[in-house]
Design a protein around this ligand. Structure first.
Ligand SMILES: Nc1nc2c(c(=O)[nH]1)N[C@H]1C(S)=C(S)[C@@H](COP(=O)(O)OP(=O)(O)OC[C@H]3O[C@@H](n4cnc5c(=O)[nH]c(N)nc54)[C@H](O)[C@@H]3O)O[C@H]1N2
Ligand SMILES: Nc1nc2c(c(=O)[nH]1)N[C@H]1C(S)=C(S)[C@@H](COP(=O)(O)OP(=O)(O)OC[C@H]3O[C@@H](n4cnc5c(=O)[nH]c(N)nc54)[C@H](O)[C@@H]3O)O[C@H]1N2
Ligand SMILES: [Mo]
Length: 768
C-alpha cells in the first residue's frame, strides 16, 4: 500500500502516480479510480528533466554589469550566481525601493496558476514573505472570467458563488430537453480544476444527458467544442456576435409573445427599458432576426426556429467562460441572463442559464463541502492594486489614471516587479507591447521551474522546486478530494523549495520569525492539515491524522448539494430570498451601471461590433482557446505537448476552404500576422473549425526572433497577435478572443525553436 501510494502527486489536471527510477521521475500515470484521467501527466518527466530547467540562480548580464547601454530584457544573456549573491541583491533591492519609493512600488501580483499544493502555493508564499517587509501592490481578478466577476454582482449576484451553485448535470439529464451552448463545452478543458481533481466526472455525466435524449446546440467556432457523443447540432456564429444572436432570439420571443411577462414582472427589474432597445425605439435599430442574421452568419429562419424551440422546451442556456474573453465580453453574459429571464425558466430544474459549464472539471458536477486549511498570507499594508489585465498599461503609465468598476483609480509606480507562479508572456495579450512595457521597471525578479519567456525577461531568476519535488497535499478549489503529494525526486541543480528561500531572505531583512512563526515546512503541513481536519469535523467528516493521510490514498468526499438547481430558492420566494443586487431582483436594466455612464457598458445588454473588425485588421478571426495537451504554458516542453506540434510549431486549425484559397497543405509552416505582430505555426487543415476562423492553441512558449519583422515568434503563440485592450472600462478584463489576422504559407527555411533550450549562460567566474 505505502509503496504504491507514496508515489502520488496532485496536479491541476488530476492525480498522478509516478514511477521513479534512480531518483528521477520516468513516468506519471492517472489514478486507477479516475474514469477519465488526463494525459497531461505525460508532460511531467520530460519537462522536469528537460534542457530548459533553471538549475542555478541567474542574473541578467546588463543588470549585473550596470551597463550604460543595456541589452533589453528578454534578449540578454545571464550570469549564474550563488544563492547568497542572488538573495543579497534581492534584499538590497527591496530595501532600496521601499526606502526611496515606498512599498507600493513593489508590484507582486504574480497572477498565474502555479502548481497544486496547499502549502507550497507560489503566490501565497511570495505574498506572505512580502507582507512581512511592508507589503506590495497587487492585481485583482483573473484572465478566466473577469467580466463575470465584476459585472454579475450588479445584475444577479456574486459569480463565484453562482458557479458553485450551478445546476447539476444529473438534474439536466433528468429535466432538460435542450441545452444551447454559446461557446460550446470543450471536454479538453474539463481535464482541469485548480488545486487538483481526483475524479473526472464530466464525460460520464454528459453521456447520461445524451442517453436521456437531451438535445445540444453547439454555437462555437469549433465543432469539437461539443463531445462527439452528444450529437450536437453545430451552428457556429461569427466570433464576437453571440450577443447579436441572443438579441435576435429575444426579438422573436417578444414579437411572437413567447416571453414570460409574469416572470419578468415578478423576478426582474428594467425589462421595459431593455425592450425599447430590442424594438429599436431607443436607437432606431430593431434587433430583429434579420438584423441578427446579418451579424452572426445564421439564417433568419434558424434564429426564428431556435427561439420557438427554446420557448417550448425546458431549456438550459450555457455560456462558456471564454465567450467573455472578448471585446465587450460583459454583454454576452448580460444578454444570456436577459434571454433566460424572458424564457422565464430561471430557478426551474434544467432551465435558466449558466455561465461557466466546462470551464473546469467540476462546474455542475461537484462542489467543495468545506474550506481546506491554507497558508496564511498575513496582512498587506499596501492597498493599491490593478485589474489584472492592465499590466502593460500600468508599466507604461506609472501613476496614470484609469477607470475600473465605476471608480477613478491611479496606477502604482512599479519599480520592482516580482513574479512567482505565473507567466505573463503566456497569459497576457500583445506580447511585443508587453516586451516593451517590461523594460520600464528598475528590477524584475522571477521564480520558475523553466526558462519561460517571462524568466528570460527577468533581472534575477530563481530556480525553484516543482510540485513533485516537495511534500504537500492537494485539494481542489471546487473538487471534493484531498490528495497526498510526495517528494518524488530531489530538485535538480541548485533549485530550492521557495519557503526555504524566503526564510533566508526574511532573515536578511529581519523578519524571519514573522515569516516562519517558528515552523519548518513539515510543521506547517501538519498545522494546515489540522485546520482542514477541524473544518471537516464541523461538517461531520472525520479525517485521519497527517501521518496516516500522507501515506494513504486520495480521500473523496460527497457533493454537498447533488440535486442543486440554480436560483431555485429565489424563484420559490423572492421576497424571503432576494438576490444581493440593488433591487434584490434580476437586473435586466441596472441603474447602477447606467449611472457609471460608460461608453462601452450601458444600463442594459447591448451589441457592440469587435474593434479589430471595425479597424479592418486581417481577414480571419483568430481564436486561441486552452490547449488539450497541457495547462496553459506549463510543461510545454514535455512529451505529450511536443507530440502534437507540427514540425516543432504549435498547430493552427485552418478550414479546408481557407487553406485551399491560400494554397496551404496540412503540415505546412504558416505565418499569421497583423499590425501588432506575427508568428509561425503548423497548419492543421480541418472542417472542424468555422470557415473564416483560425484556431491557435495557447501555451507555446513565446520565441521571438528579434532579427525578423515584428520580432516574429517562431513557435506559435497567439498572444503575439492579440490586442491587449480590455473588454470594457467597467471590468477591464482581457479580450484575447477578439483578434483578426492574415495568414499565408511560410516558404522560407523555418528557424529552429530556441525557447526549449536555456538562454546564453555565463558562470560567475567567467571573465566577461
Ligand atoms: N490568447 C489567449 N491568452 C490567454 C487565454 C486565452 O484563452 N487566449 N486564457 C487566459 C487564461 S483563462 C488564463 S487562466 C491564463 C493562464 O496564465 P498563467 O496561469 O500565467 O499560465 P501558466 O502557464 O499556468 O503559468 C504558470 C507558471 O508557473 C510556473 N510554476 C509552476 N509551479 C510553480 C511553483 O511551484 N513555483 C513557481 N515559482 N512557479 C511555478 C509554471 O512553470 C508556469 O511558468 O492565460 C490567459 N491567456
Ligand atoms: N486542457 C486544459 N484545460 C484547461 C486549461 C488548459 O490550459 N488546458 N485552462 C483552464 C482555464 S484557466 C480556464 S479559464 C478554462 C477555460 O475554459 P473556457 O473559457 O470554457 O474555454 P476556452 O477554450 O477559452 O474557450 C471555449 C471556446 O469558446 C469559443 N469561442 C471563442 N470566442 C467565441 C465567440 O465569440 N463566440 C462563441 N460562441 N464561441 C467562442 C472557442 O471556440 C473556444 O473553444 O479551461 C481550463 N481548462
Ligand atoms: Mo483561466
Amino acid at each position: 500500500m505505502a509503496t504504491k501510494t507514496s508515489r502520488l502527486t496532485a496536479n491541476h489536471w488530476g492525480v498522478g502516480i509516478a514511477r521513479v527510477e534512480a531518483g528521477r521521475i520516468v513516468s506519471v500515470d492517472g489514478h486507477p479510480a479516475d474514469p477519465d484521467p488526463s494525459p497531461i501527466n505525460g508532460n511531467i518527466p520530460g519537462s522536469l528533466n528537460g534542457a530548459a530547467r533553471i538549475l542555478r540562480p541567474a542574473i541578467r548580464k546588463s543588470w549585473l554589469d550596470k551597463s550604460r547601454d543595456p541589452v533589453p530584457r528578454g534578449r540578454d544573456a545571464f550570469v549564474e550566481v550563488s544563492w547568497d549573491r542572488a538573495l543579497d541583491f534581492i534584499a538590497g533591492e527591496i530595501n532600496r525601493v521601499r526606502t526611496d519609493h515606498g512599498n507600493e512600488s513593489i508590484f507582486a501580483g504574480s497572477y498565474g496558476w502555479s502548481s497544486a499544493g496547499r502549502f507550497h502555493h507560489a503566490q501565497s508564499q511570495l505574498k506572505r514573505f512580502l507582507n512581512t517587509v511592508g507589503g506590495f501592490s497587487y492585481s485583482e481578478g483573473n484572465y478566466s472570467y473577469n467580466a463575470a466577476l465584476v459585472m454579475m454582482p450588479y445584475i444577479v449576484g456574486p459569480f463565484r458563488k453562482h458557479v458553485a451553485e450551478a445546476t447539476r448535470w444529473s438534474v439536466i439529464a433528468k429535466h432538460s430537453d435542450l441545452v444551447v451552448m454559446f461557446g460550446g463545452m470543450a471536454m479538453r478543458n474539463t481535464q482541469v480544476s485548480d488545486g487538483g481533481v481526483a475524479i473526472h466526472r464530466m464525460s460520464n455525466n454528459l453521456r447520461s444527458c445524451a442517453k436521456a435524449g437531451v438535445e445540444f446546440v453547439n454555437i462555437s467556432p469549433l465543432r469539437t467544442d461539443a463531445a462527439a457523443f452528444l450529437n450536437a447540432d453545430w451552428k457556429p456564429v461569427h466570433p464576437g456576435t453571440d450577443t447579436a444572436l441572443m438579441l435576435g432570439l429575444a426579438y422573436v420571443l417578444m414579437s411572437e409573445g413567447l416571453h414570460d411577462l409574469a416572470f419578468l414582472a415578478r423576478y426582474c427589474v428594467g425589462y421595459d427599458q431593455f425592450e425599447a432597445y430590442l424594438t429599436g425605439a431607443s436607437d432606431g435599430v430593431p434587433k430583429s432576426a434579420e438584423w441578427a442574421a446579418e451579424h452572426t452568419g445564421w439564417s433568419t429562419q434558424d434564429i426564428t426556429d431556435l427561439a420557438r424551440k427554446m420557448a417550448s422546451n425546458r431549456c438550459m442556456i450555457s455560456v462558456a467562460a471564454g465567450v467573455q474573453r472578448a471585446d465587450y465580453g460583459e454583454q454576452a453574459l448580460w444578454m444570456a441572463v436577459t434571454l433566460a429571464a424572458m424564457l422565464g425558466q430561471i430557478g426551474l430544474p434544467g432551465g435558466g442559464y449558466t455561465v461557466g459549464y466546462g470551464v473546469n472539471a467540476n462546474v455542475g458536477n461537484m462542489e467543495r463541502l468545506f474550506r481546506w486549511g491554507t497558508l496564511p498570507q498575513g496582512t498587506n499594508p499596501v492597498t493599491n492594486f490593478i485589474p489584472v489585465a492592465m499590466i502593460s498599461e500600468m508599466l507604461l503609465n506609472p501613476g496614470g489614471a484609469y477607470t475600473y468598476n465605476g471608480a477613478e483609480r491611479r496606477f502604482p509606480d512599479a519599480r520592482l516587479v516580482w513574479w512567482a507562479g505565473g507567466n505573463p508572456f503566456h497569459h497576457h495579450q500583445d506580447l511585443l507591447r508587453l516586451h516593451k512595457a517590461i523594460q520600464t521597471p528598475e528590477t524584475v525578479i522571477v521564480n520558475d521551474l523553466n526558462w519561460t519567456a517571462m524568466a528570460r525577461h527577468a533581472d534575477i531568476v530563481l530556480p525553484v522546486a516543482a510540485a513533485q519535488e516537495r511534500d504537500d497535499f492537494g485539494a481542489g478549489k471546487s473538487d471534493n478530494a484531498l490528495i497526498p503529494m510526495h517528494k518524488l525526486a530531489a530538485p535538480p541543480g541548485e533549485a530550492r523549495v521557495e519557503y526555504e528561500m524566503y526564510k533566508d531572505l526574511a532573515s536578511r531583512l529581519g523578519t524571519e520569525e514573522q515569516f516562519t512563526e517558528g515552523r519548518t515546512p513539515d510543521a506547517w503541513l501538519r498545522h494546515i492539515w489540522e485546520e482542514t481536519r477541524a473544518a471537516g469535523a464541523q461538517h461531520g467528516v472525520s479525517l485521519p491524522d497527517w501521518d496516516t493521510f500522507h501515506v494513504g490514498d486520495v480521500i473523496k468526499l460527497p457533493d454537498p448539494s447533488p440535486n442543486q438547481v440554480f436560483l431555485a430558492e429565489f424563484r420559490a420566494d423572492p421576497a424571503s430570498n432576494p438576490l444581493p443586487t440593488p433591487s434584490g431582483l434580476i437586473e435586466v436594466f441596472s441603474d447602477t451601471l447606467a449611472g457609471f455612464d460608460l461608453p462601452d457598458c450601458k444600463g442594459h445588454a447591448c451589441f457592440f461590433p469587435q474593434r479589430d473588425f471595425k479597424a479592418g485588421e486581417g481577414d480571419l478571426f483568430l481564436l486561441s482557446g486552452q490547449p488539450k495537451t497541457r495547462l496553459h504554458s506549463q510543461l510545454d516542453n514535455g512529451a505529450f505537448s511536443l507530440s502534437h506540434k507540427v514540425r516543432g510549431r504549435e498547430p493552427v486549425l485552418i478550414h479546408t476552404n481557407d487553406a485551399a484559397r491560400r494554397r496551404i497543405s496540412d503540415g505546412d509552416i504558416v505565418e499569421l500576422s497583423n499590425s501588432r505582430g506575427r508568428c509561425l505555426a503548423g497548419a492543421r487543415i480541418t472542417d472542424e473549425v468555422f470557415e473564416g476562423c483560425v484556431f491557435l492553441w495557447t501555451g507555446a512558449w513565446w520565441d521571438p526572433d528579434f532579427s525578423a519583422p515584428q520580432a516574429r515568434d517562431r513557435h506559435g503563440n497567439p498572444n503575439a497577435l492579440t490586442h491587449d485592450q480590455r473588454t470594457s472600462s467597467l471590468s477591464q478584463s482581457p479580450a484575447s478572443h477578439s483578434a483578426r489576422v492574415s495568414l499565408h504559407r511560410f516558404d522560407g527555411e523555418p528557424p529552429d525553436i530556441t525557447v526549449h533550450q536555456p538562454p546564453v549562460l555565463y558562470s560567475d567566474t567567467d571573465p566577461d
